[in-house]
Design a protein around this ligand. Structure first.
Ligand code: ADP
Length: 466
């Protein structure tokens, strides 16, 4: 049996229309959805851009702000502009105690006249932690949002809020670590639901402002520190000046009566030695010796204070010529001790010739004075060391233990009893002053094979002989 062939059902006019309508509806729905998505995305993008703009503006202002107040002002101005809220204000923790919030005069008011009463009331209120909107932020360290302050039992101005024209409020802290260093609060004339993304954004602004506070604190601390340092150094300079003057006046004025004592004791010795008993002769010798030591001490002290107070008389000085003069001045002790003085290569330097002579004289006479069992052998030479000359005065004497290497350059520091070696303990401190005034450094090392190696540097002038 042949099966009857069923022709495909012809779409009826009505169903075709339905299908088309359905397609149209679904297309329309898809388009509306797409449009919605686009609009959302666009709005999202727009909001993100606004957030970014705000962050950027606050960051830029924070970088250039000279004061915390300036940065806060910029932040509240920008937040008010972005939210459209007409009132922004800043509270800060009270000075010293930090347990209460005090109102500042930092405000953003779109319409100052309209919010005058609000401003006056706010500026009269000091808040404890937890009290009012700022107090809650201060206590929690987190942003707070109030939909309608007139309905909020913990809003200090709740009763007056309606009259003074504020309803919604939010605020956030500026934080340094966990410390709230300021509270920024904002008000709108109508109630508003919390805006999470805004709260998130202002949280970042709060950290940014915290950094400004931190930076300003560090700067203030630094300024205070450097001012203190300056004050100390001024005091030190003054004290130093007084000391110099005192040392000079004292040693100068002491030499006068000492000269009298010295001459009369000398007279006494010449006239009465051998005419009194032996004790008297001994006593006279003690006095002569004592006055002689005192004279040397006073001379050295005077020398020390002069080196510090007189201006340097700088000129090109040939060290070889200076040493020729030194050798002449010291010829007595050189001959007496049978010392050999070996002068190596020496440059021409920019120095005060008298002071340079004194420096070499002190070092060479010490090298001879503190000689060992062998006749003293003193070697003097200089080597170029970058921008300076390094001089050496090396002896074969008794040497200096490294632990005394620093202190021998201080005034009155001697390593021996006065009976052992003569001297006042001032010579090396004069050397140190001279070298330092010329911009150099002096130190002592142990010389090879015993003895001491005194080294000092003097800046090279550029036109030296070597
Ligand atoms: P003074 O020579 O008048 O005692 P200085 O200030 O010149 O005073 O020297 C301080 C001390 O350093 C000396 O007393 C001595 O102990 C030690 N000193 C200085 N130069 C030498 C040297 N070349 N060798 C060993 N000791 C020295």
């Amino acid at each position: 049996m042949k099966r009857a062939r069923v022709p495909p059902a012809e779409p009826s006019g009505a169903s075709e229309e339905e299908r088309l309508r359905a397609r149209l509806a679904s297309e329309r729905k898809a388009r509306v959805e797409a449009e919605e998505i686009a609009e959302h995305t666009l709005r999202d993008l727009y909001e993100k851009q606004r957030d970014l703009d705000l962050m950027e503006a606050v960051a830029a202002a924070s970088n250039i702000a000279q004061t915390v107040e300036e940065a806060m002002q910029v932040a509240i101005d920008h937040i008010c502009a972005q939210t459209g809220w007409p009132v922004g204000h800043v509270y800060v923790p009270g000075h010293g105690t930090g347990v209460e919030l005090v109102p500042t005069e930092i405000w953003h008011l779109d319409d100052p006249e309209r919010f005058e009463a609000f401003r006056e009331l706010t500026e009269g209120m000091i808040l404890a932690p937890g009290e009012g909107l700022p107090g809650r932020i201060f206590e929690s360290g987190r942003p707070v949002w109030v939909v309608d302050v007139t309905q909020d039992p913990n809003f200090s101005l709740a009763k007056a809020a309606t009259d003074i024209g504020v309803r919604a409020a939010f605020g956030f802290p500026a934080l340094v670590g966990d410390d709230v260093v300021a509270v920024l609060e904002f008000f709108s004339p109508s109630p508003a639901e919390p805006d999470e993304s805004l709260l998130d954004l202002v949280h970042h602004v709060g950290s940014q402002l915290g950094r400004v506070v931190e930076r300003t604190r560090a700067r203030t601390e630094l300024t205070r520190y450097s001012e203190e340092l300056e004050r100390h150094s001024r005091e030190l300079e003054r004290a130093n000046g007084e000391l110099k003057e005192f040392a000079y006046v004292a040693s100068h004025d002491l030499s006068e009566p000492l000269r009298t004592i010295s001459s009369f004791v000398q007279l006494l010795a010449n006239r009465y030695r051998g005419r009194l008993d032996s004790d008297a002769d001994e006593f006279i010798d003690f006095v002569v010796d004592g006055t002689e030591r005192m004279r040397r001490l006073i001379d050295d002290l005077l020398g020390y204070s002069r080196v510090g107070s007189r201006p340097l008389d700088l000129e090109a000085v040939d060290c070889i010529r200076v040493l020729a003069r030194v050798r002449l001045d010291l010829q007595g002790i050189i001959a007496e001790s049978n010392a050999s003085i070996e002068i190596g290569e020496l440059p021409t330097i920019n120095a005060d010739p008298d002071q340079l002579q004194r420096l070499f004289e002190n070092l060479i006479s010490n090298a001879i004075k503190f000689g060992g069992p062998e006749p003293p052998r003193v070697r003097i030479f200089a080597e170029r060391d970058g921008p300076k000359w390094r001089f050496s005065v090396i002896d074969n004497g008794i040497g200096i233990e490294p632990r005394h290497a620093e202190r021998i350059f201080n005034v009155f520091q001697r390593l021996h009893a006065p009976g052992e070696y003569g001297g006042t303990g001032i010579g090396l401190s004069i050397c140190k002053r001279i070298v330092e005034r010329h911009g150099g450094r002096i130190w002592v090392e142990q010389a090879e094979g015993g003895g001491s190696a005194f080294r000092f540097t003097i800046p090279a002038s550029g036109e030296d002989g070597h």
